[in-house]
Design a protein around this ligand. Structure first.
Ligand SMILES: C[S@@+](CC[C@H](N)C(=O)[O-])C[C@H]1O[C@@H](n2cnc3c(N)ncnc32)[C@H](O)[C@@H]1O
Length: 187
């Protein structure tokens, strides 16, 4: 009897894990990108860059979007460093989104939230900063959306991939083995 219960628990766990893995693979295939997190070196450089942006006046407590927040590590790090800001992670892959949500709850990180949505249909009109680590096709789609919706003075920080038809204000090169570029744009 005990071994039957053990087998049922084992099989259920395996089935849940398989379903979770299938969900991640399917959404990654549909999105054209997996939820691979940015490295700690890159995250540190993003924070360094963002800390140098103007923070005075109304911009000491704005809204920051992480478009495609994956497992939530970058959004949570931003939340720790920018306590007066509201950080919103946009993600459409349920498993990474759920892990991010749990991590924020465990940390009691009140200024960070995660939303299940498509980053191409989100309204960026009231946003002060956007951070993203996506892929060239996504940047091509976001370029006109940001041009149309972002208010003047809003910043976009993009890891690895440039925003087509935008002139970067700055390009930082990380000291990782890939020399990852980070692009800074001002709307
Ligand atoms: C390379 S990961 C970046 C993870 C995180 N930003 C980081 O730096 O650690 C890109 C994320 O974008 C998400 N993504 C891609 N297309 C999306 C879409 N249309 N709507 C919402 N999320 C999307 C993917 O699911 C993936 O988790």
């Amino acid at each position: 009897m005990e071994s039957l219960v053990y087998q049922i628990v084992l099989l259920t766990t395996a089935a849940v894990m398989l379903l979770a893995l299938m969900s991640i693979v399917f959404v990654s295939w549909r999105n054209g990108i997996s939820p691979m997190p940015s490295s700690s070196v890159v995250r540190r450089e993003v924070l360094r860059l963002m800390k140098r942006l103007p923070m005075q006046g109304p911009l000491s407590d704005g809204v920051m979007i992480e478009a495609g927040s994956g497992w939530g590590s970058l959004a949570l790090q931003l939340g720790r460093s920018f306590r007066g800001w509201r950080i919103i992670g946009l993600e459409n892959s349920v498993i990474p989104l759920w892990i991010s949500f749990c991590a924020a709850k465990l940390e009691n990180r009140m200024n960070v939230s995660f939303t299940k949505c498509d980053l191409y249909t989100y309204c960026y009109r009231d946003v002060d900063r956007v951070v993203c680590y996506l892929y060239p096709g996504a940047m091509r789609r976001l370029s006109p959306l940001f041009r149309e919706q972002l208010k003047p003075g809003a910043y976009v920080v993009s890891i690895l991939f440039a925003l087509p038809d935008w002139e970067p204000e700055q390009v930082m090169v990380c000291k990782d083995m890939y020399r990852t570029p980070i692009y800074l744009y001002k709307a």
